[in-house]
Design a protein around this ligand. Structure first.
Ligand code: ATP
Ligand code: MG
Length: 697
């Protein structure tokens, strides 16, 4: 078939208008359909900038952009050499799309156009403050819990008033009160959080039809990948953008819906035909990605989910190698063996580091693997764990940039006012804050007055204001971000502070390295911007744009550094962030009850959460192309003490031992049963067998 498309894919790609749904299993070429379709639309003279494609991660967006452009430049029908179009289709994440809309229109909702996007750390401090204001002690509701509840409400498009009316328990009533405070302090600071990006966009579209028309009018075609993971707001935003032209193509797989906990509703994809009755529906049944034996595991596993739409998924390739199951005595040895195994494979010709992925369920798991990868000096990249942007030093420096860009960003201001210490003590800050609150004025104004008030703290504040003023001048002169970061580090003597805080040279080196990375990110941004085509409308400042970018790279969409996956490194990532990707060699580690399925889901009364864990496991398994390795440790440390584990029920399910899965389920919940050697496992307590793994092909 032309360009490597099977007849069903071809039909989807050649359908140039109207609603279109591709509902198909993993690795069947859904994303390929989206990419080819974009290229095909352009070939049929649709202007590239009239096409909008939405994906869930920035990496996916970048890849799609690249692939579509590559398809166009290799040309379709042979005649002549089609030139690369000068304007590009807009391919972005939902959140990035919303930032653009909001920059243009958020004033209508009472926010300043230069609104800031609040990161996780900011959110936590606002949540903490909100709880303090309503006098809720931390042991009845922790800031993190409050944020989780708020996020749940927001993803169902509930504003504080509505939240109060749906709150069912005491805890939820407290949370609703907290939500109200949290939201008003966000707004007072001209800030939005991640969920607000979607929520505010939706609100604009609903309450201001002219804005909806204007925004929808920018495109004639909308394509959405991973549609099974859209939440209510995203669903309505897509609908609002497509309702006039009806050229909406969505692709997805209900078996890979893994964001239910964040309000995604798989119903959206299953109901597509009801929303768009004339939709063409394409099903793809051949999996081109994985060797047959891997696919068999995947198919067997997912069949255990009761609520699902049965799909055919046939291997397009031969059986290949059987997945391996490795059983190790503890989590340290698990990391050693797996990384050792990778090192061994890497000695074979043609095998590269970026052929490998180690997939984890939790954020704690990677640590052991990182240690081991470092020890063996293997290149790796951690994706989706603690973000680079969550490190203290990075957050400090970003807070400087934010303050420079927007003096009313008080969260940022408060973070740096005495960091590094400059003689503006806690008591002074408190006093200034309460002054600002009682006068209802921005902190910045109060600072200015305090500076002229004299006294030791007055002098210190004066110096601080001058410092920020000077840095702002540098920014206003249009200094590239890397130079600006450099200037901040230099003028605030940040390195000296690192020396003070971290006497351990190793630690200090790591901290310094993250400063370097931030400078690199700044430089990369400047370069990226130069390469980008001018977009219409008012350009935000270079610094604003950088901060937006960082904010969008933060939280769950933070895969800025995923660019480096293309560079040659082993990917160490969470299952959630592996969605849509593929690797020749995949290691799924920590296959234990309490990890996968996650312990949070074990106590749940109904099975829906376990089903979501099973889908997550399915996503992991279906990332593998040539070889899948599943591992578990017989003991795992908890609070420093080794505890016996129970192999994941999913291991038994995949290998067709349902009765053992039931035992694992009971043992896992009781958490006391002696671990049993998994019948299909290699290795053992001595773990010697783990080495004698099946040879490559
Ligand atoms: P996922 O559900 O994991 O997102 P997907 O359905 O989006 O998977 P793709 O990533 O588009 O699948 O494709 C999976 C792999 O199969 C890719 O390597 C792709 O290049 C390859 N592929 C897809 N269609 C074909 C085809 N018709 N012929 C050969 N290879 C194909
Ligand atoms: Mg895909």
């Amino acid at each position: 078939m032309a360009h490597g498309l099977n007849p069903a894919q071809h039909a989807a790609v050649e359908t140039l208008s109207g609603p279109l749904l591709v509902l198909a299993g993993a690795g069947t070429g859904k994303t390929r359909v989206v990419t080819h379709r974009i290229a095909n639309l352009i070939r049929h003279r649709i202007k590239p900038d009239r096409i909008l494609a939405v994906t869930f991660t920035r990496k996916a967006a970048g890849e799609m952009q690249e692939r579509a452009m590559a398809l166009l430049s290799t040309g379709g029908k042979g005649k002549g050499k089609p030139k690369k179009p000068k304007v590009r289709p807009q391919i972005s994440t939902f959140h990035a799309l919303c930032v653009q809309v909001l920059r243009r229109h958020i004033v209508k909702l009472g926010y300043p156009p230069q609104f800031a996007i609040c990161d996780r750390g900011d959110q936590e401090s606002l949540a903490r403050a909100a709880l303090r204001e309503i006098r809720v002690p931390e042991d009845s509701l922790r800031p993190g819990d409050l944020l989780a509840i708020i996020s749940g409400w927001k993803s169902r498009s509930l504003r504080p008033a509505q939240a109060a009316s749906v709150a069912a328990s005491d805890r939820e009533h407290l949370a609703a009160a907290g939500y109200r405070r949290y939201q008003s302090s966000l707004k007072a600071r001209g800030m939005v959080d991640f969920d607000d990006l979607l929520l505010c966009t939706e609100e604009l579209f609903v309450n201001h039809p002219a804005i909806r028309r204007e925004e929808a009018g920018k495109f004639d075609h909308v394509l959405v990948d991973e549609y099974q993971d859209t939440n209510g707001s995203q669903y309505r935003i897509v609908k609002a953008l497509a309702m006039a032209h009806r050229n909406l193509c969505v692709v997805g797989d209900d078996d890979q819906s893994i964001y239910g906990w964040r309000g995604a509703e798989v119903e959206h994809i299953l109901r597509f035909k009801e929303d768009w009755p004339d939709a063409m529906v394409v099903r793809l049944e051949e999996n081109y990605r994985s060797a047959g034996a891997i696919l068999e595991y995947a198919n067997t596993l997912i069949a255990f989910n009761k609520k699902r739409h049965d799909k055919v998924l046939r291997p397009a390739r031969g059986a290949g190698q059987r997945p391996a199951i490795m059983q190790l005595p503890d989590e340290t040895l698990e990391a050693e063996r797996i990384v050792g195994d990778i090192q061994m494979q890497l000695t074979q010709p043609g095998v590269k580091a970026n052929d490998f992925a180690i997939l984890c369920r939790t954020n704690e798991q990677p640590r052991a693997f990182e240690t081991e990868l470092r020890r063996l000096k293997l290149p790796y990249i951690l994706v989706g764990g603690q973000s680079f942007f969550d490190r203290k030093e990075v957050r400090d420096l970003l807070a400087y940039l934010k303050t420079i860009e927007n003096p009313t960003d008080e969260t940022a201001l408060l973070r740096i006012i005495n960091t590094p210490p400059r003689g503006i003590g806690n008591a002074t800050v408190k006093q200034l804050l309460s002054e600002a609150v009682s006068r209802g004025e921005p902190m910045w104004n109060v600072l200015r007055e305090a500076a002229s008030g004299g006294g030791a703290s007055g002098t210190a504040i004066g110096k601080f204001l001058r410092l920020i003023g000077e840095l702002r001048e540098i920014a206003d002169r249009g200094a590239p971000i890397d130079k600006l970061v450099d200037a901040v580090v230099d003028r605030v003597q940040y390195r000296r502070d690192l020396e003070r805080l971290y006497p351990d040279p190793m630690e200090r080196e790591a901290r310094t390295a993250s400063i370097e990375e931030l400078i690199n990110a700044g430089a990369a941004h400047v370069k990226g911007r130069k390469a980008k085509k001018e977009s219409e409308g008012a350009e935000p400042s270079l610094l604003r744009e950088f901060l937006d970018d960082v904010a969008l790279g933060g939280s769950d969409n933070r895969d800025d550094k995923e660019d480096q996956l293309q560079k040659n490194a082993i990917a160490l990532m969470t299952l959630h962030s592996a969605k849509g990707l593929e690797f020749p060699y995949v290691y799924m580690v920590g296959m234990e009850e309490g990890i996968l399925p996650h312990k949070r889901t074990l106590e749940m009364p109904d099975d829906s959460q376990i089903d979501e864990e099973r889908r997550l496991c399915y996503v992991g398994v279906t990332r593998a192309q040539e070889k899948l390795t599943l591992s578990f440790a017989l003991t795992r440390r908890k609070w420093g003490k080794p505890r016996e584990t129970v192999p994941s029920r999913f291991l038994y399910e995949m290998t067709g031992q349902a009765e053992n899965a039931a035992k694992a389920r009971r043992a896992g919940t009781a958490a006391h049963a002696p671990p049993k050697k998994h019948p299909a496992a290699k290795g053992g307590r001595g773990a010697k067998g783990a080495k004698s793994k099946s040879p490559r092909r």
